[in-house]
Each structure stands twice: as structure tokens, then as C-alpha cells.
Design a protein around this ligand. Structure first.
Ligand code: FES
Length: 166
């Protein structure tokens, strides 16, 4: 009788141990499959555009690329095909790599142009190519507008509309 209850007890201990080991294994497997926190944070970046000063270029890094953020002054004529419009204003938000061979253009505030020193390419304030060898405007990263912020990496309705117009 004592032998039988001991066997039942050992069976329960074994089942419990196996259950804990299974849960621990599944947890470890999930941790392995999940992307690293650095990868997750690199994929989506929320940027509050409201502190930007009109006419002054800000540059942030997203997915290893420079992103140009430029708030328009009131005298800039709007371009609905390229401007990002939030509750606080109009912005040029583009990947800051020349579409010719990938140099990083500079913002010349006094001329309101992006100038690429590598081969003399130029872009207007909306980042459309106006001179030199660049074959197309600076690329617009995927974005979604959230109030006064944008989420880089998320394809919101405004981004989808822009890319279907192009
Ligand atoms: S890389 Fe910019 S003009 Fe050639």
C-alpha cells in the first residue's frame, strides 16, 4: 500500500517537473524567435515635429539612414504631393541620401535648396530635384501622422496616398 502511494507521489513529481521544463523550453524558444529590442526600436521611430524651428534643418537617424526634417516657413508654397502636414504645420521629411549616388546633401537655408556637393545636384525645399544628375526627388520614408508627431516605419494613409500619386 505504501509502495503504491509512493509510486503515485513520484509520478506527480515527475509530471510536475516535466510541465515546468516544457514551459521553460517554450519561453526560451519564444525569446529566441522574438526580434532583439534594438531591432524593434530601429523599425519604428516616433518623432515629435512640433519643436522644430521653421527653416532650420534637423537630422535624425532611422534604420541607419539620415532623415531630414524641415518645417516650412509660411512663405513656402505648398506641395501636397510631397509635404507632410500635421496639426502644427507643413514639413519636408525625406531620407537624406542623394538619389544620384547616395551622398548626403546639405541644406542651404539662404537659398532654400538641398545641395549635393558630390556632383552638384540640387533639390528644392520639397526635395524635388531641380538641377544636376539626381534622377528623382529625395525619397520619403514610410510614415504615419499621429497628432503633431510622425511614426517613421509605419505606412499611414497619407504615405500610401503619396506613393500611389507618384
Ligand atoms: S551623389 Fe549627389 S549629385 Fe551625385
Amino acid at each position: 500500500m505504501a509502495d503504491k502511494s509512493r509510486r503515485a507521489f513520484m509520478g506527480k513529481v515527475l509530471a510536475g517537473t516535466a510541465g515546468v521544463a516544457t514551459v521553460a523550453s517554450l519561453y526560451a524558444m519564444k525569446r529566441t524567435w522574438d526580434p532583439l529590442p534594438s531591432v524593434v526600436s530601429a523599425g519604428f521611430t516616433t518623432v515629435d515635429l512640433s519643436p522644430l524651428e521653421a527653416g532650420k534643418l534637423s537630422v535624425i537617424k532611422w534604420r541607419g539612414k539620415p532623415i531630414f526634417l524641415l518645417k516650412h516657413t509660411d512663405d513656402v508654397s505648398p506641395d501636397d504631393s510631397r509635404d507632410i502636414v500635421t496639426q502644427d504645420g507643413r514639413y519636408t521629411v525625406v531620407i537624406g541620401l542623394c538619389t544620384h549616388l547616395g551622398c548626403i546633401p546639405e541644406w542651404r537655408e539662404s537659398e532654400s535648396i538641398f545641395h549635393c556637393a558630390c556632383h552638384g545636384g540640387q533639390y528644392d525645399i520639397h526635395a524635388k530635384q531641380t538641377f544636376g544628375p539626381p534622377p528623382r526627388p529625395l525619397d520619403i520614408p514610410p510614415f504615419a501622422i499621429k497628432g503633431s508627431s510622425i511614426v517613421l516605419g509605419e505606412e499611414g494613409p497619407e504615405y500610401k496616398k503619396m506613393t500611389t500619386q507618384a
